[in-house]
Design a protein around this ligand. Sequence first.
Ligand SMILES: [Fe+2]
Length: 272
Amino acid sequence: MKTYFFGDIHGNAFALEAVIQHYQQIEPDSIYCLGDLVGWLPFVDRTLTRMRSLNLPTVAGNHDLMVAGLFPDHPHQLDRMQASAYNSGLLSTLPGALDYLLSLPLFIETPQMAILHHSPFHLPSHGMTPAITHFNYLDEAALSGCLEAWRSFPKKLIVSGHDHIPAVYELVETKRMPNMKDIRIHRPAAGQSLTISLNPGSRYWVKAGSVGGPYRDDVFAANSVLLDSGAQTLTLFRIPYPLAPLRRDLSNNRYCRNLKTLLPYLDWERSC
Ligand SMILES: [Fe+2]
């Protein structure tokens, strides 16, 4: 059984097409999207139309919910707010787009795994409306505060996106209270895929990285993940996609081309 994951597209319709071509070659049994379809790049109308046509099981990301107007951003995220406002205006012209984003679940579970945008240990309580604080990034202190809950979590595999840096966090089996030394972090090298074999005693938290960026590890490639439960392996992919059409279309967008976070897309060759 092969299961494919990708997310954090962020309106990058060009990277999305590369990922679709990639998984069509693999022919997985199931495919999940990890949220943040929108936010940042100004090609969200194309991206959302394409994603809705694929009809994949998809969880909501913080950008999806902010763009749809469910909650405001942190006050200091001025660049992100400008991109969200542009995205929201653009999607308001696309029938049903904002309602679709609001309809996405925060959490999908299968018998084997939990699939969500951020963290199963920071979800809002049942019936509570999400806020941006439910999506605060997991620094080492926050992660260490989750270890006990992670060890007793009913699913041995968690798959999420959100932080845009691809990695597999492995919590090795221990009879005592776990600490950060019990976590092994597996990261793909720049421009290379990484396959790891699953240890039956370990728990895994897969951070799928980002399809469309912004690329916080400075590796400009679409990231995705394959779980092969027959082979008991996880593979993190780094998929190249064409730069020229993205730069052309972003250069022609007089508003978004000035957003600081988006400038590296226009200077990609130097960023590489
Ligand atoms: Fe994201």
